[in-house]
Design a protein around this ligand. Sequence first.
Ligand code: SAH
Length: 537
Amino acid sequence: MKTFCGRANPTTGAMEWIEEDEDYDYHQEIARSRYADMLHDKDRNMKYYQGIRAAVSRVKERGEKAIVLDIGTGTGLLSMMAASAGADFCYAVEVFKPMANAAVKIVEKNGFRDKIKVINKHSTEVTVGPDGDMQCRANILVTELFDTELIGEGALPTYEHAHKYLVQEGCEAVPHRATVYVQLVESKRMWSWNKLFPVRVEAEDGEKIIVSPSEMENCPGVPSVCDIQLNQMPSSDFTILSNVVTMFSVDFSKPVRSASTYYRVQLEPIQSGKAQIVLSWWDIDMDPSGTINCTMAPYWVKSTSAFQWRDHWMQCVYFLPNEEPVVRGDAVYLTAWRDQYSVWYKLQKAREEENKADVHIESPVCRCQAHLLWNRPRFGELNDQNRTRQYVRALMKVLKTDSVCLCISDGSLLPVLAHCLGAKQVPYFFLANHLEDKIKIIEARPELLTSSHLEDKKISVLLGEPFFTTSLLPWHNLYFWYARTAVTSHLASNVTVLPQSASLHMIIVEFQDLWRIRSPCGTCEGFNVQTMDDMIK
Ligand code: SAH
C-alpha cells in the first residue's frame, strides 16, 4: 500500500501530493535531528546514568531483582545504561518503527541482546503475563518523554497507564520527579508575538491608525507552546515582575493522574508593571533525595545555564489572555490550567472561589483566525513599526490616487496600508477597518487570475512583502517572482512592481552549538550508537 503525503511546492506555492511507501514516516527527519541533539546532551545523559545506577542499587539493596521498563527507548540508550548498572532485565518500548529497528541493532552491537527486549509498540498496547510482551511488572520505570512544556509529548497519560498496568506499586522511577517553575514578566517584544498592535501610518492627510477587530483583540490565541531559547534573550528585552515560583510538580514513582486540572499560586510582584508573559521551565530530579538535578533554568536564575546549550528542551513563553497592571507588593493569583498535553495561564487580582466543580477548564482556541494564519514570528514581524515605516515610505513613492493595486502575499497588511495612503482600489484581502468595499479579496491562485476577477482593470501597482505561509526557508518567498510572472497579462504597461528586485545573500559560518542537532555521535556514555549516526547522516 502507498500513502499520499501533502507537501507545499516552494516554487509554485501549490500543495502537491507525493506518493510514499506505507512504512514511510514523514516525521523522520524531525525525529532524527532531535535524537542527535539528545545524544549530544552530556548533562542529560550523565544525570540519567547516575539516576539509573542509584535506582538499580536501591532495588538490589532490598534483595529484589531489578526489572526495568524503559518507555520510549529511542536508541535504547537508557536501557543499556540500566543493563550496565546491573539490572536483571529491561523491557525497552518504542512506538516509532524506524527507531525500534535501530534500537534492536544498537542493543545487539553493544552485547545486550540477552538483557534487553525491544518492543515495537505504544506503551499502552504492551501486555504483561506469561504470554505477554513482559513476563511480569517492572520495579524500575525509566523514561524520557518530556518536551519543553514537560507534558506535550504525552508523558502524563503514558505514566498513568504504566502505573496501572505495567509497573509494581512502590516502583523506583527515573526521573523521580519533575517541577515546573514560573516567573511573571513584562515584555513588549514577547507580547508582540501574540497580538497585533495598532499600526500607525503617517499619510499626507495626517496620521491614520489601523486597529485589529475586537474578536482579534480578545482572542486567547492557540494552545501550542511557544518554546524559545531564553538564554538568547537579552535582559533588556523584558522586565521581571515576580520571583521564580514553583507552579506544580509530578512524582513519577506514584500513580499519576492525567485528567485536566489546575494549580494556583500567590505571587507578590517585586516590581510594578504590565503583566503580559509567564516564563516557564522545569527541572527533573533523577533520585528521591534531589541530589541529581537536571534543570532548564535560564541564565538569570542559574548562571551556568548560559553555557548549557540544548535544543530539544528549551523554555516556554505563555501569553496571558490580557495584559494586567500589577503593583509592587499587591498580591495576585496565578493559575496554571492543564489538560493532558498542554498548559495555559491566567492572572487574577483576587482569590476566586475554589469550587472545583464550577471551574471551567478549556484550553485556548483561536476564535479570530489570525492565530491560525500568522505564526508567532509573523506577528512579531507585522508589529515591527520600523518595518511598517519602510513599507509606507516605499508605497508613498509609487502610489497615485488612481492606482489599482494587486497584492500577492499571505495575510499581509499591505493592502490596508495602500488604502490608507490613498490607492483607489486594492484587490485582494481584508478585515476590520470597514474596508470591505475598498479592498477586494480574490480567492484564486495567481496563474488562475482572470480579467473578471479584476473587473477588467489593469494593475498599475503590483505589491508583495513578499510573505507566504508555505515558505519554510527564506528564499521560498521568491515565489513572488513566479506569481509576478503568472499575472503578467493583467499588468498595465507602466506597472510598478514592489518589491522591484531581490538579492539572495549567504555566508558560511561555524556554529558554536547548533551543529550538534545533525552531527554524528559515535559513542554516547560509552555505548556505540553508530547505527543512529548512519540514520542522521
Ligand atoms: N529514551 C531515549 C529516547 C527519548 S525520545 C533517550 O533518552 O535518548 C522519546 C521516544 O519515546 C521517542 O522515540 C518516541 O517515539 C517514544 N515514545 C513516546 N511515547 C511513547 C509511548 N507511550 N510508548 C512508546 N514509545 C513512546
